[in-house]
Structures are given as structure tokens and as C-alpha cells.
Design a protein around this ligand. Structure first.
Ligand SMILES: NC(=O)c1ccc[n+]([C@@H]2O[C@H](COP(=O)([O-])OP(=O)(O)OC[C@H]3O[C@@H](n4cnc5c(N)ncnc54)[C@H](OP(=O)(O)O)[C@@H]3O)[C@@H](O)[C@H]2O)c1
Length: 229
């Protein structure tokens, strides 16, 4: 490997975030991850040790994100790759039957959570003059389907937020919305039930996604990307 990158990953406890952590560490990169599952964060911390770090953080809580960002920036400095991966999906339902607190929670995690992470990590990346922000979108950030309107709303928001951010960034940095594809994770199973098993595992996905993510740079700024098949 030519050079070790500093990588920040939200939603590191399972699914795509977890396999990205495993792959990046195996390749010699320095990973700082977060999720709400305290036990899993402790296990990752014990397994990988310094210079990697895993903290219990709910991205919807700005103060928790602020504290985490300060720790990461003090310890390893600004990330080369900031992966806003954490998200949730609604229980399948027509929009008019979605409970209002569930709709609010999706916005708090999927949209405001991404903003909190950007708000507390990006200034240090801008000061250094380099780094790539990847905001995990979805096929449902560019198309729609029945029974997932709240999720679609948040992922379309991510596409817009990221495109606007890309226009604001100084040279040397990039922000991209990323559709990861369709992968057999807990999130997919909650939506597709048994049909989720027909899709690639997170490990299979990581073999394509990880080199793709590591190759991103300033030329990608503002490009809506999809992990190649
Ligand atoms: N799987 C797919 O087919 C697919 C397709 C399109 C887009 N995506 C996107 O890809 C990303 C990863 O999805 P996935 O399938 O891996 O989902 P997943 O299996 O449900 O994992 C979601 C991760 O996000 C974390 N998370 C959820 N709420 C959080 C919060 N408030 N604060 C911090 N972490 C939180 C979860 O950890 P805790 O519960 O421990 O907090 C978990 O680690 C998401 O942005 C998703 O929308 C996935």
C-alpha cells in the first residue's frame, strides 16, 4: 500500500459500515468509527486497538458528534475520507400512516446526523486543504418506491445537500453522494424480507466498494456516484 489514509466511518457496528471498517483496517488505514451499539464499539476497540478508535455516538445528537469529532481530530487529525454511512429506514407503510415520531427520527438521523458530522469534521479538512466527504445515498435517493417515502425523502435530501456542498468546497476537497447498490444487510432485510438473500453480502460488496472509495479524489467533487457492479 502506498500511503495510509485516516478514515472516519459512521454506522460502524454492522452492515456496510462494519465491512468497511474491517477492510480498511486490513489494508493498513487508520479508522475512527462510531455507532450507538456500545458493546460492538468496545469489541472493535479491543480487537483493533490503537491507532484505530471506536466510540458510542448517536449521530442525531449534535453534542455527542461534537465530542467525538474533537477526540478524533486531536488524536489523528482531519480525515482523508469522511464516510457518512449511518442511516435508518422506516417500517414499510404508506406515508399517511407513518407515525410522526418515526418520520422525525429518520430526518434526525439520515439528514441532520450527516449535517452534524460535516459541521464538526469538515472545517479541519478545509483548513488542511484536502479530503473527500462521501454521503451514503441510495437508489431511492434518485428514484422512488411505495412504502418508503420517509427514507426516499431523506436520501433525496442527501443528494441535494451534497451537490450544494460540492459547489461550496474549496479546491482540493470533494463531496459526493454515493449509491452503494443493493446489499444483503439488516436494513435490506427489514425492507425486502426473504428476498434480501438474493443480493450480495456486505463482504462481496466491500471487495468492489473499498478500492472504489479509496480512489476518490478532488476530481470527483459533486459527481453522484454508484459503486460499480
Ligand atoms: N443495504 C442496502 O442495500 C443499501 C442500499 C442503498 C443505500 N444504503 C445505505 O447504506 C448505508 C448503510 O446501510 P446498511 O444496509 O449497512 O444499514 P444497516 O445494516 O441497518 O446498518 C446501519 C448502521 O448505521 C448505524 N446507525 C443507525 N442509526 C444511527 C445513529 N443514530 N447514530 C449512529 N449510528 C447509527 C447502525 O448502528 P447502531 O444501530 O449500532 O447505531 C449500523 O451500524 C445507509 O446509509 C443506507 O441508507 C444501503
Amino acid at each position: 500500500m502506498s500511503s495510509s489514509k485516516r478514515i472516519v466511518v459512521t454506522g460502524a457496528s454492522r452492515g456496510l459500515g462494519r465491512v468497511m471498517v474491517e477492510s480498511f483496517v486490513a489494508l493498513g488505514h487508520v479508522v475512527s468509527g462510531c455507532a450507538r451499539a456500545t458493546m460492538v464499539m468496545q469489541q472493535l476497540h479491543e480487537r483493533f486497538g490503537d491507532p484505530h478508535d471506536f466510540q458510542t455516538v448517536d449521530v442525531s445528537d449534535e453534542r455527542q458528534v461534537q465530542r467525538w469529532a474533537r477526540q478524533v481530530l486531536d488524536r489523528v487529525g482531519p480525515p482523508d475520507l469522511l464516510l457518512n454511512n449511518a442511516a435508518m429506514i422506516n417500517q414499510k407503510s404508506p406515508l399517511w400512516r407513518v407515525p410522526t415520531d418515526e418520520f422525525s427520527r429518520l430526518v434526525d438521523v439520515n439528514v441532520k446526523g450527516v449535517f452534524h458530522v460535516i459541521h464538526h469534521f469538515l472545517p479541519a479538512m478545509i483548513e488542511r486543504g484536502s479530503g473527500v466527504v462521501v454521503n451514503f445515498s441510495s437508489g431511492w435517493g434518485r428514484s422512488t418506491a411505495t412504502d418508503v417515502a420517509p427514507y426516499c425523502a431523506t436520501k433525496w435530501a442527501i443528494e441535494g445537500l451534497t451537490q450544494a456542498l460540492a459547489e461550496e468546497l474549496p479546491a482540493g476537497l470533494a463531496a459526493v453522494p454515493l449509491n452503494p447498490g443493493i446489499i444483503n444487510t439488516e436494513m435490506l432485510a427489514s425492507c425486502f424480507a426473504d428476498d434480501a438473500a438474493a443480493y450480495p453480502s456486505p463482504e462481496e460488496w466491500a471487495r468492489r466498494a473499498v478500492p472504489f472509495l479509496l480512489a476518490l479524489g478532488p476530481d470527483d467533487n459533486g459527481r453522484p456516484l454508484t459503486v460499480p457492479d
